[in-house]
Ligand binder design. Structure first.
Ligand code: AHG
Ligand code: MN
Ligand code: MN
Length: 354
C-alpha cells in the first residue's frame, strides 16, 4: 500500500531540510490548509446555504463581491491572524495592508492571498480557487509593513493554490519542487497525490480569453496563430481550453503541458498591463511554474524579477512551458514595440520607486 502522506507530514519532512527551521513555517502552511478545508466545505454546498450570489459590497476594483469571496477572505484572515506566524497580511479584497490584531503576536512572515479566484464562476458551478504567497519579513520592528509585502517573486518563501473542482486539491512549493495534495473529505485530510509535479515537455493546451483578441497586440495575435499551427512552421495545433479561473486553467496546463496568457494590450493605452494581479495571482503562479520546470513572464522577461510598487499592481501574465512562453516573448520583441514602449515605463517605474 502506498505510503499515506498528509500535507502536514509532508511540510514537516520538507522543513527537516532547513536546519534552523523552527516549525513556524510548518504551522503557517498547516493553517492555510485548514482554511482551504473550511472554504472547500462552503464551495461544495454554496448552493444550499444561500451563500451563492453577489453581495451588495464591492472590492477595490469596483467588482461586485460574491458572498463566497467574502467568506473565503474572512476565513483565511481569521485562521491566520492569531497563530503568531505572520506580521501582516494582504488580500485581493482589501485596499490596504492588514495588520495582526494587537492582542496577538507578530511573526516573521507575511501572507498575500486571492481568497476566491474565478469569482464569476461561483454561481455556475465551475471550478474556483484560492491563491496564496508567503514572503519573509525584512523590515525592522514588530509589525509588518508594505516593504515586507512588496517583494519580488524571486524572494518568495512559499506559494500555492487550492482548486475547488471535481476534487479539492492543494498545490504548494517552498522552493523544493511543487507538490499536490487531494482532500479526502471522509477523513478531512489533504493526502499527497501528485509528488514533485513537473510540466510535461509535450504541450497540449493553450488558455486565453479569445474574446479579447481584437484588442491584443500584433505580436500576441501572431503568437496565437502560431500556437494554432496557422502561422510559422505549421506546428501541430494546441487544443484551446479556457475556464476563466486562473487556478483551474493553470493547474490543468501544469499537469498536461501548455500555456496560459492574459496579455497586456493597448485598448486603454494608459493601462497596458492587462488584468492579472501581481501580488495576489501572478507572482505565486510564476513561482510554481518555475519550480515545476516552466516559466512565467510579463512579456518582457521573468515575472519573478519585477520589483512591485503597489499592492494592487496589475501585470501581463504568460505562463507555462518555457519554450512556448519564450516564443511569445520573441513575437512581442519582433512585433510589439509600440506596446513595449507603453508598458516598460510602468514596469521600470517599479525599479526606481523608493
Ligand atoms: P478573480 O475572480 O480573483 O477576480 O480572478 C479572476 C481572474 C482569473 O481567475 C481568470 O483567469 C480571469 O480573471 C478571467 O478573466 P476574463 O473573465 O476577463 O477572461
Ligand atoms: Mn483571481
Ligand atoms: Mn479573487
Amino acid at each position: 500500500m502506498a505510503q499515506i502522506m498528509t500535507i502536514e507530514r509532508h511540510i514537516l519532512e520538507q522543513q527537516k531540510q532547513f536546519p534552523n527551521a523552527t516549525g513556524s513555517f510548518t504551522r503557517l502552511l498547516y493553517d492555510i490548509a485548514l482554511s482551504a478545508k473550511i472554504i472547500a466545505r462552503e464551495t461544495t454546498r454554496a448552493g444550499l446555504v444561500g451563500i451563492l450570489g453577489a453581495s451588495d459590497d464591492h472590492n477595490v476594483y469596483g467588482e461586485q463581491q460574491q458572498k463566497l469571496d467574502i467568506f473565503a477572505d474572512q476565513t483565511i484572515f481569521k485562521m491566520n491572524d492569531h497563530s503568531g506566524q505572520l506580521c501582516a497580511m494582504a488580500s485581493e479584497e482589501h485596499e490596504d495592508i492588514m495588520h495582526i490584531p494587537p492582542y496577538y503576536d507578530n511573526g516573521k512572515y507575511v501572507l498575500l492571498y486571492d481568497p476566491l479566484d474565478g469569482s464569476s464562476n461561483i454561481d455556475v458551478n465551475v471550478s474556483v480557487g484560492t491563491i496564496f504567497a508567503v514572503h519573509r519579513k525584512i523590515s525592522r520592528g514588530q509589525q509588518g509593513t508594505l516593504e515586507d509585502l512588496l517583494q519580488p517573486g524571486r524572494r518568495l518563501a512559499a506559494s500555492g493554490y487550492v482548486t475547488y473542482g471535481s476534487s479539492t486539491m492543494m498545490v504548494y512549493s517552498t522552493g523544493q519542487g511543487v507538490h499536490g495534495f487531494t482532500l479526502d473529505p471522509s477523513v478531512g485530510e489533504f493526502l499527497l497525490s501528485h509528488e514533485n509535479i513537473r510540466v510535461p515537455d509535450k504541450t497540449t493546451y493553450y488558455s486565453a480569453n479569445q474574446g479579447n483578441e481584437k484588442y491584443w497586440t500584433p505580436g500576441m495575435r501572431r503568437f496565437t496563430k502560431w500556437l494554432q499551427g496557422i502561422e510559422g512552421e505549421g506546428r501541430k495545433p494546441l487544443g484551446h481550453r479556457y475556464i476563466g479561473s486562473l487556478v483551474a486553467d493553470f493547474h490543468r496546463n501544469m499537469l498536461r503541458g501548455g500555456i496560459f496568457f492574459y496579455p497586456g494590450d493597448l485598448q486603454e493605452p494608459e493601462k497596458p498591463f492587462g488584468k492579472m494581479r501581481l501580488m495576489f495571482e501572478a507572482q505565486a503562479i510564476a513561482f510554481l511554474a518555475e519550480q515545476a520546470g516552466g516559466y512565467g513572464s510579463d512579456g518582457l522577461g521573468n515575472l519573478l524579477d519585477i520589483q512591485p510598487h503597489s499592492l494592487h499592481q496589475r501585470v501581463p501574465l504568460i505562463v507555462g512551458n518555457r519554450d512556448l512562453v519564450e516564443k511569445a516573448e520573441q513575437y512581442i520583441r519582433d512585433y510589439d514595440q509600440e506596446w513595449v514602449a507603453a508598458y516598460r515605463p510602468f514596469r521600470d517605474k517599479t525599479l526606481t520607486t523608493p
